[in-house]
Design a binder for this molecule. Structure first.
Ligand SMILES: [Zn+2]
Ligand SMILES: [Zn+2]
Length: 346
């Protein structure tokens, strides 16, 4: 089969690889669509440690079951499925609570083991979830990463309530879905903050009421003015930068809360305690999601209440993975999510 492997020295190569073989309680999937995430880019550029080099890249995918181990019940050849982005241990308190993002033993696909940028993948049955017919493979491929992660941030960590003013800083892949979900869950005013004009345009299409250019000289004031009143009740950050987290803390209203979902190695400061404590700001990280939240997101997408038709902004044959990564790195076409389509002709 064809697969895209990352080697040391940041080299990404299309390779002819042996078909993966089935182990106990495992399932083989023919990948129909694989999402390309910012994390893949960090891995390919050497900004994240990748423990299993060389490795088939990718942690977002959806496809059709091709072969099932005899020990597996409830999954049959021909089933449409989406893949979870990591293999979890299944035994720790986080796994028992269904919180997939917090398992300390999680092995992320495409990093700690072979991933989805291939014609086939073998995973334990716990890595699968049925994909309803109403959801196209390319949308199914992003549900368990860009969409469910946004749902956990908005619905659970932020616990957004009807009538709240919300600002979203960083409106790329996950941030875009934060806007869609904040709208769906009843936010009153949504302010989208991004330095890219294309991302701001897409944010408006996703339901943002006002857009603010993150490179504006006084962006804090612009966010507060756009939100009205004293500023946003809730700021959700998905840029993963020191400056953007500090901006979130500086712009949120008194008594407001900041949800930080962007991941990186930078160290933001809280600012003077007299302001941070005096304004009673809440700051929470948000990582991953639970199985129940993923189920909710699948339901919302299948019913059409959550419209993901604007989420896939470019499609590439599998062989063009390096081009897709370059386009994501350069922001070509103002990407929300790019997908690779194994089987499509180059
Ligand atoms: Zn991802
Ligand atoms: Zn675990």
């Amino acid at each position: 089969m064809k697969g895209i492997r990352l080697h040391s020295g940041s080299s990404v190569q299309v390779e002819e690889l042996p078909e993966p073989t089935l182990g106990s309680r495992q399932v083989r999937i023919a990948i129909r669509a694989a999402g390309v995430c910012g994390t893949d880019l960090h891995a390919a550029h050497g900004r994240l440690p990748v423990p299993a080099l060389p490795v088939i890249m990718g942690h977002e995918g959806a496809g059709v079951v091709e072969e099932v181990d005899a020990d597996v019940a409830g999954v049959a050849v021909g089933d449409r499925v989406l893949l979870l982005p990591s293999e979890t241990c299944g035994a720790c308190p986080a796994c028992e609570a269904g919180h997939l993002g917090l398992c300390p033993g999680a092995r992320i696909l495409g990093m700690a083991r072979d991933g989805t940028f291939a014609e086939q993948i073998v995973v334990p049955v716990s890595c699968l979830r049925p994909l309803p017919d109403a959801i196209p493979f390319e949308q199914g491929a992003i549900l368990a990463d860009a969409v469910a992660t946004a749902y956990h941030a908005v619905a659970t960590r932020a616990a957004v309530t009807g009538g709240e003013r919300v600002a979203v800083i960083g409106c790329g892949g996950v941030g875009h879905h934060v806007i869609l979900l904040a709208r769906l869950l009843g936010a009153r005013t949504i302010v989208a903050v991004d330095a890219s004009a294309g991302a701001r345009r897409r944010a408006e299409a996703a339901g943002a009421d006002v857009v603010v250019d993150a490179s504006d000289a006084d962006v804090r004031k612009a966010i507060r003015r756009a939100a009205g009143g004293e500023g946003p009740d809730l700021v959700i950050e998905y840029a993963g930068k020191k400056a953007s987290v500090e901006l979130a803390i500086a712009s949120v209203a008194r008594g407001g809360r900041v949800i930080v979902g962007g991941v990186g190695m930078e160290s933001p400061a809280l600012g003077p305690l007299v302001s941070f404590v005096g304004r009673e700001i809440g700051v929470l990280g948000s990582m991953g999601y639970t199985r129940a939240e993923l189920g909710r997101v699948v339901e919302l997408a299948a019913s059409g209440r959550l419209d993901l038709s604007g989420s896939i902004t470019a499609r590439y044959p599998l062989e063009c993975a390096a081009e897709a990564l370059a386009d994501l790195a350069n922001g070509r076409g103002d990407p929300v999510r790019l997908v690779l389509l194994p089987g499509a002709s180059p």
